[in-house]
Design a protein around this ligand. Structure first.
Ligand SMILES: Cc1ncc(COP(=O)(O)O)c(C=O)c1O
Length: 502
């Protein structure tokens, strides 16, 4: 047996000139095994036949013969002018390599956690991974297909050609000054909030802001009102800070302040999504806003206003933000670029009342801030050039169209099965299910057909009496919405059938 050398790949190709098997067959078998085992990955380019022939000391005809067999079996593809590539099919079809038993490890020591985290991990239930790619009816993603990528790419390129020193060191602790200013100006002009740049602190998404707020303002065991159902990320962050979350029911007018007061008059913090309740979509009424501000002032509590998708209104003119009517300085306003640009930026911010500016300034300079300065600088310029405002206006139209596509398709295909509630804003809405359906069973059956719908229970701290699905429409193209509704109708029909028969 002769082993020919020449590169990592070739080192493992064994050709036996004395074998009864033709050399081209031996080469074909060796290459095939390397591909099937994953040693040569799908999409990878094979060496040119001439090179391989030279390195293995074979005739080129022999190598071409082996390549032809691999092509005929669909294992490789020849692309004119660029070479021969391992077929992408292999990334889907490759049989699993036999599992290698890992060596037995000693039983892991039970980790002792902080008290707050110890409580929290027992409550975290949602192990589903956040989605990367839009499909019907994912809620967390905006319309990637409508993102102004050319403008974005131009700014990114310009940015790296510019003054590099400014963006290569540790950035300003509270965030890039240009971005803080651009956000403050945007909030003054578009969200009715009188604020200064010094009040803005840049964070790694809204998620980090919730965590920071919880760890700075709450002691373990402090009571925090939380909309029930309510936002999952904020809930997890506050739990992780040791908060005693008090589930407060929500109705058509938003948070039931009276119920909050009954359950925990001594609350220290209240978390709300007033512009567009997550997940039910209600808008917190003016009366409730004032009641909430009053109650918080009396209790000496903070209010966290999560304005995650409030820019995207397309129906009635929205109410002003809670922060804009916060006379006593109790509201911390949290914003994110996850919906208005894209979530991979991991860029959010909080706007704190004047009484907290010094505290957060000290805290941010005590820790290294996690958002890359380059990202912040590009977003600042995107806002300053007016591209952000244009993008938001355009997205309002697009989300309105997608919302209409969902409501129209639902009227046609889901009547009597799922009652889809029209909304005035945001990227998602709710479909209410008849009592006979289990929202969890529907979500499971839909997932088997590649449709993502979230049961309301996912958002609940305690049972709410709601029975329905959260349906994202913002990230999904109208044709996919239509097709998704048709599949959902089939899923519901199939689940309803045994009931009808009974
Ligand atoms: C209610 C709510 N707030 C905020 C966010 C954004 O979080 P982040 O900025 O960490 O991506 C989301 C994301 O889906 C959300 O649902």
């Amino acid at each position: 047996m002769v082993k020919r050398a020449g590169g990592a790949l070739l080192l493992s190709i064994a050709i036996d000139p004395d074998s009864a098997r033709p050399i081209s067959t031996q080469l074909y078998v060796s290459l095939r095994d390397l591909m099937l085992s994953g040693a040569i990955a799908a999409g990878q380019r094979l060496p040119a036949s001439r090179t391989l022939a030279r390195d293995l000391g074979l005739s080129r005809t022999t190598v071409i013969d082996a390549f032809d067999r691999l092509i005929a079996e669909g294992l490789v593809e020849s692309r004119v002018g660029s070479g021969t590539f391992v077929s992408d099919v292999l990334s889907r079809e490759r049989p699993r390599a036999p599992a290698i038993e890992p060596p037995a490890l000693p039983a892991p020591r039970k980790a002792s956690l902080s008290k707050a985290m110890g409580w929290a991990v027992n409550r975290f239930s949602d192990r589903s991974r956040l989605p990367h790619v839009p499909r019907a009816f994912i809620t967390a993603l905006p319309a990637f297909d409508a993102f102004p990528m050319a403008q974005w790419a131009r700014l990114v390129a310009k940015h790296w050609r510019g003054a590099r020193e400014e963006v290569m060191g540790y950035g300003a602790a509270a965030g890039h000054p240009g971005l803080r200013e651009a956000i403050a100006a945007h909030l003054r002009a578009n969200r009715g909030i009188a604020c200064e740049r010094e009040q803005i602190f840049i964070t790694g998404g809204a998620q980090q802001a919730f965590h920071l707020i919880g760890s700075v303002l709450l002691n373990p065991g402090d009571k925090a009102w939380f909309e029930n159902p309510g936002a999952i990320g904020a809930r997890n962050s506050l739990w992780a800070c040791g908060a005693d979350l008090v589930p407060v029911p929500v109705d058509q007018e938003g948070l039931r302040v009276d119920e909050g007061l009954k359950r925990a008059p001594d609350f220290r913090l209240a978390f709300v999504t007033p512009s567009h309740h997550q997940p039910l979509g209600h808008i917190l009424s003016l009366e409730r806003r004032l009641a909430l501000l009053r109650s918080a002032e009396q209790a000496g509590a903070w209010i966290v206003e999560d304005d995650y998708d409030g820019e995207f209104f397309f129906g009635r003119r929205p109410l002003p933000t809670l922060k804009s009517v916060d006379r006593a300085g109790q509201v911390i306003y949290v914003g994110t670029f996850s919906k208005s640009l894209f979530p991979a930026l991991r860029l959010g911010f909080m706007l704190v009342p004047p009484s907290l500016v010094d505290t957060f300034a000290k805290l941010s300079s005590a820790f290294v801030q996690g958002v890359p300065t380059s990202v912040q600088a590009v977003v600042a310029e995107f806002i300053e050039e007016g591209l952000f405002a244009t993008h938001i206006r355009r997205m309002r139209r697009i989300y309105q169209e997608r919302h209409e596509a969902l409501c129209d398709a639902a009227k046609r295909d889901l009547a009597g099965l799922l009652d889809v509630a029209p909304t005035d804003s945001g990227l998602h809405t709710i479909g209410r299910l008849d009592r006979g359906f289990s929202e969890i069973a529907v979500a499971r059956a839909a997932a088997e057909r590649n449709i993502v719908v979230s049961p309301i229970a996912r958002f609940s701290i305690e049972p709410t009496g709601d029975n329905g699905l959260v349906l994202g429409f913002g990230g999904v193209k109208p044709a996919e919405i239509k097709a998704g509704v048709a599949v959902l109708a089939e899923v519901l029909d199939a689940l309803a059938l045994p009931r009808r028969r009974a």
